[in-house]
Design a protein around this ligand. Structure first.
Ligand SMILES: Cc1cc2nc3c(=O)[nH]c(=O)nc-3n(C[C@H](O)[C@H](O)[C@H](O)COP(=O)(O)OP(=O)(O)OC[C@H]3O[C@@H](n4cnc5c(N)ncnc54)[C@H](O)[C@@H]3O)c2cc1C
Length: 344
């Protein structure tokens, strides 16, 4: 076991370098607070889970100092086109009052993470990858955290621990927080593809089918991505890719699942049934199956240990709440921790 000297200098340890952990670390470093950020994965994931960026998130990025980089990489989200059984239901234009400084934007999560990580590196802080928070204990003055790193085990004493370690959070479980809620029964798939329709640029497309009893039995949601007619398309999984929910573990069925990889043919079959215009999908960049749940902690922390983002609350993707509210948690917590550490 290594007792890290460098760790002694870090006032805050952030566990998890998704968009929420990166935001917490970046805001702390921007305010001059010493901080380490660790992630158990060896590299950033290439997936566009969160794409929809809320105006409030852009306001926060403006305050932090990297909104320009984000807007340059993003697609402006102009609105949504909605169809039911092939008939247009409405065209929603996302018009906001003039006093709101930013509009909605679409930015794939891997780009959001890249931009925040590069901003963080500008303060000399790098994500320590392949490094997992395994356990922690706190006393009146500090939190003692046990990490596994590529070089072996390490014990770190830090003034505060922030758990941004996602839906299956080690920090949440270590604090014994309740995570009430449930899982939606449906199983979905998503893919990053190009299409050749001529629907207006910057609009999301939602197409559904209702059966004779009025129940929705087919679904297609397309969110624009940077690129020429590139979209993240989400849909119900076909029976041949469907499996029973995972058993055991922490019973939180949420997020992307490995094992089954939808192919272009699976996506094309749904487009053939639901696309408002005949279209051909191509250039599949990645695809996955996912499940969704809704859960919320009973408290956001205890003593010197906090949770933020998916570690604290998980949502359906509709409405783009998960990452956006998580970033807002992390920013809010980070400036308060910074003031506390400065003795304000
Ligand atoms: C299909 C889909 C679409 C979505 N669309 C949107 C959207 O449009 N807008 C939106 O706002 N949200 C959306 N979301 C939700 C969004 O992706 C999540 O809310 C967001 O990823 C949460 O970020 P996070 O940093 O809290 O957690 P995560 O992104 O899960 O990151 C947690 C990190 O912690 C690391 N980690 C875990 N345990 C440990 C440990 N013990 N030690 C060290 N590291 C650890 C993991 O490796 C991971 O990198 C969507 C989700 C899905 C599945």
């Amino acid at each position: 076991m290594v007792h890290s000297e460098a760790a002694a200098a870090a006032d805050v340890l952030v566990a998890g370098a998704g968009p929420v952990g990166l935001t917490a670390a970046a805001e702390l470093r921007r305010r001059g607070i010493s901080c380490r950020i660790v992630d158990r994965l060896p590299a950033r994931l290439p997936y566009a889970k969160a794409v929809g960026i809320q105006p409030r998130t852009l306001e926060i990025w403006d305050r932090m100092g990297f909104v320009r980089a984000a807007l340059e990489a993003a697609v402006p989200m102009r609105g949504q086109l909605a169809y039911m059984n092939g008939v247009e239901q409405f065209r929603l234009d996302l018009v906001l009052p003039p006093e709101v400084p930013y509009r909605f934007a679409a930015l794939p999560q891997y780009e959001t993470e890249r931009i925040i990580e590069e901003f963080l590196e500008g303060f000399g802080t790098r994500v320590e990858r392949g490094t997992e928070l395994v356990s922690f204990v706190q006393d009146a003055d500090a939190v003692t955290c046990r990490l596994t790193t590529p070089g072996g085990e390490e014990e770190v004493r830090t003034r505060f621990l922030v758990g941004c370690d996602g839906a299956h959070s080690t920090v949440r479980k270590g604090l014994g927080l309740a995570f009430e809620g449930g899982a939606f029964p449906e199983e979905y798939m998503l893919a990053d593809v190009e299409v050749d329709w001529d629907l207006p640029y910057g609009y999301g497309v939602r197409a559904m089918h209702r059966d004779d009893r009025g129940a929705v039995d087919d679904l297609l949601v397309c969110i624009p991505l940077p690129g020429d007619r590139r979209y993240r398309v989400s849909m119900l999984v076909p029976p041949e890719l469907s499996t029973a929910p995972p058993q055991g573990g922490d019973a939180v069925a949420h997020g992307l699942e490995g094992g089954r990889v939808p192919e272009l043919g699976h996506v094309q079959a749904v487009l053939d049934r639901l696309s408002p215009q005949p279209t051909r999908a191509s250039a599949l960049r990645w695809s996955s199956v996912f499940r969704i749940s809704h859960r919320l902690v009973d408290r956001y922390g205890e003593g010197r240990v906090f949770v933020a983002g998916d570690a604290a609350h998980i949502h359906p993707p509709t409405g783009a709440q998960g990452m956006n509210t998580g970033i807002q948690d992390a920013w809010n917590l980070a400036w308060k921790l910074a003031l506390t550490l400065e003795g304000a």
